[in-house]
Design a binder for this molecule. Structure first.
Ligand SMILES: CCCCCCCCCCCCCC(=O)SCCNC(=O)CCNC(=O)[C@H](O)C(C)(C)COP(=O)(O)OP(=O)(O)OC[C@H]1O[C@@H](n2cnc3c(N)ncnc32)[C@H](O)[C@@H]1OP(=O)(O)O
Length: 448
């Protein structure tokens, strides 16, 4: 293999790994499996792939908390259930080690997601979090943590209906215990613990195809530090380009250009939340934030989340945020970490005066504003030493992805609602799975 081919293969691997972040089961292509072959999922309140959905709403609303068993399903004798108390540093460490060693890794184990304690503290403890929703399985003898699943409370809106729900995340089974049908047991246990709180719906995402996605989005990646990606051997040089040309292609301006752009502060919360709520109205699947939840998500976030506003003449016109989740680079003499930024929530009043979000006028105003804003976000991320910036085809993102040189990834992210029948929601992709700037997306929720 020539050096060029080798390097461009590495780039493909990197992009795939970036996509794996949410394409966590490591499946980059949608697999073919009939509904009846999903031994576990066919027993759950989820829609079939071919279901014609006439009306939206809960699939099973017959149960009450008192109908739900008080005890978990039994585990094999070698294992025991536990509630992981993540306020205890030693137990947080257990989760941290399990996930960093078993969650997502590329095939040659060259890179690993470098989740930090701060990241878990932030994502697992939103207001209203419950200790018992951090569920673990330990080896009875050694007490080693070998599996984990978490739920976090969230109010969702699907089209016009709001309901209490949870977001399920960080399902992880130790590599040595895979394919032993432990995942369904963990899912049933978290369901039991959530149902006990009279909550019957959940949102979750993954690369793996299950019955049935309410939406599918695609990842996009924007190199911020092409030279570093090239130096660590990730980025190949296209046959007809020089290094200088590639660096020039991805070089961003020195300074941001959105007028009045600055970090968000406590005093901004009311104005930003009002702007955000109004912006989110356009989408069909959103999380509704209380002020407290909004504060938790975007302020004092320990170098995990970065939130900015654009303020001119005392008015906040735009809000944007992104989070950091780096890779550890193993066995590389030059670098031991790759900084990775992920676009999180944003809002802009650019098209508020226009009635129809899709009109030519509205589209052009919003596209102009958020293209500048997202270029600035890339600059801010670069200044924070991030090397790549990721975004999905959700929200209004397809308006700026191409112009800002985000390349399409080969990872797709499926959104699932548990126990809620929904007519599919646009994920920002056309029939060929390319970004769709005309149709855009009606997914307004961002999952970690
Ligand atoms: C109301 C409250 C409700 C709360 C619950 C809502 C639902 C929450 C659902 C969970 C949302 C999680 C959100 C995230 O965190 S997504 C992140 C998932 N984590 C990873 O990818 C990390 C690395 N992988 C692993 O640790 C394991 O491979 C996992 C744990 C993923 C599967 O372990 P394993 O490979 O050892 O398999 P098994 O033999 O035990 O079990 C096989 C069964 O499990 C089904 N499976 C496989 N992967 C997933 C998956 N990602 N979501 C749902 N189901 C999945 C599979 O189709 C099969 O069922 P069926 O095909 O026979 O039917």
């Amino acid at each position: 293999m020539s050096q060029d081919e080798d390097q461009s293969k590495k780039l493909q691997e990197l992009l795939k790994l970036l996509a794996l972040q949410k394409n966590k089961a490591g499946l980059s292509k949608q697999q073919e499996k009939e509904f009846e072959e999903y031994k576990f999922w066919k027993t759950q309140p989820v829609s079939r792939f071919d279901e014609k959905i006439a009306s939206e709403g809960p699939i099973d609303s017959s149960k009450k908390p008192e109908d739900i068993p008080d005890a978990p399903l039994p585990l094999l004798n070698d294992f025991e259930w536990c509630t992981v108390d993540i306020t205890d540093p030693a137990q947080l460490e257990d989760v941290f080690v399990l996930l960093n060693e078993n969650y997502v890794e590329d095939q040659d184990a060259t890179f690993r997601f470098n989740y930090s304690r701060e990241f878990f503290n932030w994502s697992l403890k939103p207001p209203g979090w419950k200790k018992e929703w951090h569920v673990g399985v330990r080896i009875r003898q050694t007490k080693r943590l070998v599996a984990f699943i978490s739920a976090a409370p969230a109010t969702l809106r699907v089209r016009k209906r709001e309901f209490k729900s949870v977001e399920i995340n960080f399902l992880c089974i130790h590599k040595k215990l895979r394919s032993k049908r432990l995942a369904p047991v963990l899912i049933k246990e978290i369901t039991r613990r959530v149902n006990k709180h009279d909550i019957w719906q959940a949102l979750h995402t993954g690369g793996v195809l299950l019955p049935s996605p309410v939406s599918t989005c695609r990842y996009a990646h924007r190199p911020l530090n092409w030279a570093k990606l090239h130096d660590v051997g990730f980025t190949g040089l296209p046959a007809n380009a020089t290094k200088t040309q590639m660096i020039a292609k991805y070089t961003l301006p020195k300074h941001t250009t959105t007028p009045g752009l600055r970090p968000m502060q406590e005093e901004d919360l009311d104005a930003v939340l009002a702007l955000f709520n109004k912006y989110q109205e356009r989408f069909d699947l959103v999380q509704i934030f209380t002020k407290e939840e909004f504060r938790h998500s975007f302020l004092n976030t320990d170098n995990v989340v970065y939130a900015y506003v654009a303020e001119t003449n005392g008015e906040i016109s735009d809000f944007v945020s992104f989070y950091s989740l780096p890779f550890t680079v193993l066995d590389n003499p030059l670098y031991n970490e790759l900084g990775i930024g992920y676009l999180f929530y944003y809002a802009s009043n650019a098209d508020f005066q226009e009635g129809d979000r899709f009109s030519r006028e509205a589209t052009s105003k919003l596209k102009k504003r958020i293209t500048t804003l997202m270029a600035d976000v890339c600059i801010l991320a670069r200044d924070l030493k991030m090397d790549v910036f990721n975004a999905l085809s959700s929200q209004d993102n397809t308006l700026f992805l191409e112009d800002l040189k985000f390349g399409p990834g080969d990872g797709f992210l499926n959104f699932y609602l548990f126990n809620y029948r929904t007519i599919p929601i646009a994920g920002g992709l056309n029939e060929d799975k390319d970004f769709d700037p005309e149709g855009r997306s009606n997914v307004g929720v961002v999952m970690l």
